[in-house]
Design a protein around this ligand. Structure first.
Ligand code: 5AD
Ligand code: SF4
Length: 322
């Protein structure tokens, strides 16, 4: 399948904090899970990770965290964005994945140098959404849609995504998810298998799920179908795929994905970012993870777009008046 170029782009994933105000029923770092040790990397640690990405010719980094909403958090991210941009002479692209925020906050971060934002819808079906989240104002489906629309309006390359193989999820839901991406006209999609976590409310349905190999297969099929539906967007080969198959990400690339996000978070805090059980790469150091991945991609005949931002070819910047 052709996408104009056949390159895969690398984003260094920095999970800088697992503190989260939300209580999504599927997620291991939900705020009610008291067995998680909460952490927040220092600015210098985040900068060191971004520096690592830059030196290893990753085109960009993704700053990901649980959802926090406060002026202090907003200001901290703004300052971090400016520092990373200055340190790397604007060579490293920055994607944010820090949950729902006000339009003003999204705008402030955009102005500080973030140009892509990931906010998964998790499922495009409102009813299913409320089986996966508490039905309260912290977990509003409409607020999530509004956040996605705000991101687009501000001028971010906007990414969303869903989990595949969720309890109560049907094939119809998944087909509708693909149509949702198309109708929303998003620039990037990250989707992967749902993986149960024992300290979450959804775990009680663990015996009703598709077998893991079916969830894996279905995820690859979703990637291929989406690639046909939206030939020029960026599609991520997600870490959750790697849990089910050590070569999961490479297989996802063969199925149509063109972005890989190796985890470059400090190994010492990685065990605390367990959104699902058996998350891979917990003990690798970032350098080791990368060379293994590079070798595997090389063997599969896949070219890496080194030092390129790898923007979504689908994205059209807003036309400037005049
Ligand atoms: N299985 C798979 N993906 C999960 N996420 C959170 N919990 C799980 C889980 N148990 C995904 C969500 C979220 C992203 C950061 O991680 O889609 O948006
Ligand atoms: Fe928080 Fe995201 Fe986990 Fe929901 S999925 S509990 S918002 S980290």
């Amino acid at each position: 399948m052709t996408r104009g170029d056949n390159k895969v782009y690398l984003r260094g994933l920095i999970e800088f904090s697992n503190i989260c105000r939300k209580n999504c029923y599927y997620c291991g770092i939900r705020c009610d899970n008291r067995s998680v040790e909460r952490y927040e990397l220092t600015d210098d640690e985040v900068l060191a990770a971004a520096d690592f990405a830059w030196r290893h010719r990753y085109g960009s980094v993704v700053l990901q965290s649980g959802e926090q909403q406060s002026p202090a958090f907003t200001g901290r991210i703004t300052a971090l964005l400016q520092r990373i941009k200055a340190h790397t002479h604007n060579e490293v692209g920055i994607t944010l994945s820090c949950g729902e925020q006000s339009e003003a906050t999204y705008r402030e971060w955009f102005d500080a140098g973030a140009h892509r934002y990931l906010l998964r819808i998790e499922t495009s079906d409102r009813e299913l959404y409320y089986k996966l989240h508490p039905n309260d104002n912290k977990h509003s489906f409409d607020a999530r849609l509004e956040a996605l629309n705000n991101l687009k309006k501000i001028g971010y390359q906007t990414g969303t995504g869903v989990m595949i193989g969720l309890p109560f999820q049907t094939m119809q839901h998944l087909a509708d998810d693909l149509l949702f991406f198309k109708t929303m006209d998003v620039d990037m999609v990250g989707m992967g298998p749902y993986l149960e976590h024992k300290d979450t409310p959804l775990y009680r349905y663990a015996d009703k799920l598709l077998p893991l190999e079916k969830r894996f297969e279905l995820s690859l099929r979703m990637i291929t179908a989406l690639r046909m539906l939206m030939p020029d967007i960026n599609i991520a080969a997600t870490t959750a795929l790697q849990v089910l198959d050590p070569e999961g990400r490479e297989k996802a690339v063969m199925a149509g994905a063109n972005v890989i996000m190796p985890n470059i978070t400090l190994p010492s805090v990685r065990p605390n970012y367990q959104i699902y059980d058996n998350k891979p790469g917990l003990h690798d150091d970032a350098g080791g993870t990368l060379s293994t991945l590079e070798n595997a991609l090389h063997k599969a005949g896949i070219t890496i777009g080194y030092s390129e931002w790898g923007d979504s070819k689908h994205f059209k910047p807003h036309s400037v008046a005049g």
